[in-house]
Design a protein around this ligand. Sequence first.
Ligand SMILES: C[S@@+](CC[C@H](N)C(=O)[O-])C[C@H]1O[C@@H](n2cnc3c(N)ncnc32)[C@H](O)[C@@H]1O
Length: 442
Amino acid sequence: MGGKSDAADGPDQTTERLTFMLAISAFMAAFGTSFQYGYSSSVVDQPANIIKEFYNQSYSSFYSAPLTESSITVLWATTVSVMCLGGLLGSFLVVPLTERFGRKGALLISNVFSLIGAILFGFSKMANSYHMVIIGRIFVGVQHGKENFKNKTEDGIMSMKEEIHKDAAREMWKTTNDVYEKVRPSHDRAGVQYLLRQLGVLDNDLCDQDPSFTYTVLDVGAGTGKCTSVIKDILGKDARLAALDPVAGMLEQLKAAVPGVDTFVGPCESIPLPDNSVKAVISSQSFHFIANVTALREVNRVLVPGGRFGILFSVDDEASPLVHTVFEVIRKYKYPGCPEYFINTLQDTSWQACFGEAPLFSPLQEHVMPWEKQDILPDIESVVQLFMTFSATARETEVREECAESMRKLLAANPAVEQNGGHLEVPRLSALYWCTKNTADK
Ligand SMILES: C[S@@+](CC[C@H](N)C(=O)[O-])C[C@H]1O[C@@H](n2cnc3c(N)ncnc32)[C@H](O)[C@@H]1O
């Protein structure tokens, strides 16, 4: 993970342009839907007199007695307000429906409520039943409540994620060309090999010729290709590999370092590949950015039936006093809201929670193994430089300087670290996870 000294100075990879389509969409969203809905459809002001007249007529034929003025008012008030009741019920449906049927499915289902409402309204005159109008308003309310709540929460969540993602992408990009690329190690070959075997792409000789999928492995959050290059090295030049990352600049470096890999710019939440086109997806050292159910749905979608998803974290082993000392400093200086698993994925496993949110994969399996060849750094300054590339320390320049200084002091004063003299070993573990695509019950 890369650090940023000041994100605002970094080259921004996002293009913010007001296109014609965007302007029309924004206009329609503001004035074409909510504006009208907000007043006319909730208060039903314009056709009020016609509807009240119909109520009177319908009531009289049902109960053989005319409606009094106060009863009309009560019925009318009920007609207007039941929509809010429907809205309340609808908002409770958002989470279960979206989890069960996905965003698109839930949107389509919500149309059913509108349709039922429209049918009840449409036939109320024929049936001479004012009851149908009132019940129809409940259904329309359910639809509106579901959609409004869904849009608001999803917009909020998506823009929050977008912010985190933009931030991460920016700081990753900023340090890519210098410190990150130089000091962050690659991955342990034995660990990657172990994972590829679990994903069923290592010992299957027919894999590369199998025409039933386009790519043998898709590396999501591939960055500059540190893991992609190990994968290619293990699988051989005939393996069909693809790499996805939201930062185009990192993929440029990947293309130069690992030729022959197809690259796609974008986040894991929207993979530009067809359904059932990939044998195995790997997220290496990137799942902490990706841990959400939208991304998991996308991974599930592009995998072939029986395809597998693998996650690899190269974790600095906190059993080492050196690593523990540094991690304690990072915990103190990490940016506000930074989850603990950005520092130690083995200690805080809450990144796995998204797997429980929808039955997309078989239960995650885990294997943790030490690296075959551990990193020995020449001095404390190299250790500080290495750990300051953690995205958890991507903060303002002064805070970063304070953090680095604190690491220097504590490392120098720690007898357990000092004992090692000139041999500053940073022990690492490959934390490997894998699961198989569920094809039913998404
Ligand atoms: C620490 S780097 C890991 C790069 C590489 N896989 C490796 O093993 O070194 C994390 C990567 O995740 C990418 N990333 C951040 N948010 C992402 C998202 N929503 N979808 C896919 N990749 C994302 C970043 O751009 C960055 O390249």
